[in-house]
Ligand binder design. Structure first.
Ligand code: FMN
Length: 366
């Protein structure tokens, strides 16, 4: 058996295709089920769910597919602090958008608490086969509890140092997230806004530095990308953006349309929506909140997230893309509106066709 099939079996993955956890609604139960039934591995991004919502989501998925799925959480974060001056500036910077949507004026957001500990029991009881984290290593006792239930544990790295730290923390696989990736940067050592290593450069360096399987993530949208990631030494790929425009994805239509009409040069890293750097399609909230000629007016995560949530919810209901966090990776030109089963089939068939094409290629001069 080739080394890569061996690692897949070790991780309990049916194929190299993993649908990324996408907290905030992208990864609906319908998407996870469709990906699973098509031969991929679906994930629930549970960071913004309540424990009861996670329990219900997992039950719903289990009732519709017997295939394994994963649950993802944000690693615990220290409680943030923000001065009254910064809070006032942050509230003022987005107040005009609230007014435009006819919402009551925003006020200083309350710290919602770190949801990790409360979600752990629901995660352990979810029936998931894999538990993954981003924003840091999983706490040792949670890793031990997940493994005791037979779950595999995975963590997200954006640098080699983070991958090594995750391996030392006992993960079964490292997700190497390149700079192209849509959504939040998963980094936790150094500045996640400047640790921007492309997937092509990051994956082989991580593969060489750790002994656990590596999962490539960021900018992979079709079979060519899957084959490239496997050629770099990855065992599997974790894809977000390509699934966001699927019929089953739970994001607002305005977000899907933005992805389908944007070009590869239109995404940026921004802290404007949540306080943590994340990649999305450039829009008015990003340019206004992070105006180049104005002082920083962004609260630390998750305060900024709490501050902008009512705006994003209302914007989603009203189809106003200029106020939405339009998370998307740099590969967005390859996104298509279609069922998730077609995406999984195209990824697997396209990868096989690419491998065949390359096997038949003659290298000049040899
Ligand atoms: C809308 C969206 C939400 C995301 N939410 C999460 C999350 O909750 N947890 C996580 O580990 N990664 C999250 N990510 C990052 C993905 O795991 C993955 O690294 C990324 O989507 C890969 O890049 P791609 O979008 O170019 O495929 C999210 C990505 C997107 C696009």
């Amino acid at each position: 058996m080739p080394a890569h099939s061996d690692s897949l079996a070790r991780l309990g993955l049916p194929s190299p295709i993993i649908q990324a956890p996408m907290a905030g609604g992208g990864d609906s139960a319908a998407l996870v089920v469709a990906v699973n039934e098509a031969g991929g591995f679906g994930f629930v991004g549970a960071a913004y769910l309540s424990p009861a919502q996670l329990t219900e989501r997992a039950r719903d998925i289990r009732s519709r597919t017997a295939r394994p799925f994963g649950v993802n959480l944000f690693a615990p974060q220290p409680e943030p602090t923000a001065s009254a001056t910064l809070t006032g500036a942050a509230v003022e910077r987005i107040a005009g958008f609230y007014a435009e949507l006819g919402l009551p004026a925003p006020s200083a957001p309350a710290y919602p608490g770190d949801g990790f500990a409360a979600l752990v029991p629901a995660m352990l009881d979810s029936g998931a086969a894999v538990f993954s984290v981003t924003f840091g290593p999983p706490p040792a006792e949670v890793t031990a509890a997940a493994k005791a239930r037979g779950m595999r544990v995975m963590g997200t790295a954006t640098t080699v140092a983070e991958a090594v730290a995750l391996e030392q923390a006992g993960v079964d696989a490292v997700i190497a997230q390149g700079a192209e990736a849509g959504g939040h940067r998963g980094g936790f050592i150094g500045d996640p806004a400047t640790n921007l290593i492309g997937t092509m450069a990051l994956v082989p360096q991580v593969v060489d530095a750790v002994s656990v399987p590596v999962i490539a993530s960021g900018g992979i949208m079709d079979g060519r990308g899957v084959a490239a990631a496997l050629a770099l030494g990855a065992t599997a790929v974790q894809l977000g953006t390509v699934f966001l425009t699927c019929d089953e994805a739970g994001i607002p239509d305005a977000h899907k349309q933005a992805i389908l009409s944007a070009t590869e040069d239109q995404t940026r890293l921004t802290r404007a929506f949540s306080g943590r750097p994340a990649r999305g399609i450039l829009n008015r909230v990003m340019t206004t909140v992070e105006a180049a000629d104005a002082p920083d007016a962004v609260l630390p995560f998750p305060l900024q997230n709490a501050l902008t949530r009512p705006l994003r919810t209302a914007a989603g209901q009203r189809g106003r893309a200029e106020f939405l966090s339009l998370w998307a990776g740099q590969g967005l030109r390859l996104a298509r509106p279609r069922p998730a089963a077609e995406v999984v089939a195209a990824l697997l068939d396209g990868c096989a066709a690419t491998v065949e094409r390359l096997a038949g290629a003659r290298l000049a001069g040899r």
